[in-house]
Design a protein around this ligand. Sequence first.
Ligand SMILES: Cc1cc2nc3c(=O)[nH]c(=O)nc-3n(C[C@H](O)[C@H](O)[C@H](O)COP(=O)(O)O)c2cc1C
Length: 185
Amino acid sequence: MTLEIHPLLAQRRSPRAIDPNRPVPREVTQRLLEAARWAPSSGNSQPWRFVVVDAPDALARAREALHPGNQRWANRAPLLLLICANPQDDGDINGQPLYLFDCGLAAENLLLQGTAEGLVVHPMAGWDENIMRTAMGVPDPYRVVVVIAVGYPGRLEDLPEDLQKRETAPRARKPLSELTHYNGW
Ligand SMILES: Cc1cc2nc3c(=O)[nH]c(=O)nc-3n(C[C@H](O)[C@H](O)[C@H](O)COP(=O)(O)O)c2cc1C
């Protein structure tokens, strides 16, 4: 890391090695959701709704909705968290819907709380929304915004080989100089 940032931000990452045999206690899950709940939102609209998936039958149904690439590792997660939202519960600004932005902030709160708790917390966009909504009974007009795989760290050698390489690769980002304009674009 070029510049020092808060250790929690520096440590947060999206690992895939998860221990399938160590469940996440409900009180830990509650703290993750509590962290998400305290995220800022436009007009304090709090559009996020959470679906906790930690029972074997529900997990089996939710896992069906994951894209195959995610099933390869996320099927070992003992907990899947869905962040859902009703787009009508939030406004838009300059034609840009805000519910996605607000849910993103809630998700990052959750990821950071999970990081602080020593958990693997890995957000996923790779799932079929219709299958997920049906599997979890998410009613209209709620949308599933993100699915987060959660668990305690597992053994690297239990991952498929290509994912082991990705797991240990250094995290990379574009340089700030490529991203930033001062006093105008
Ligand atoms: C909205 C969103 C969707 C993502 N979807 C997936 C996914 O479907 N599968 C996956 O393995 N990782 C997914 N990721 C994780 C990203 O690949 C990861 O955050 C990125 O490579 C940066 O790595 P880091 O989180 O370890 O810093 C997603 C992340 C975000 C924020």
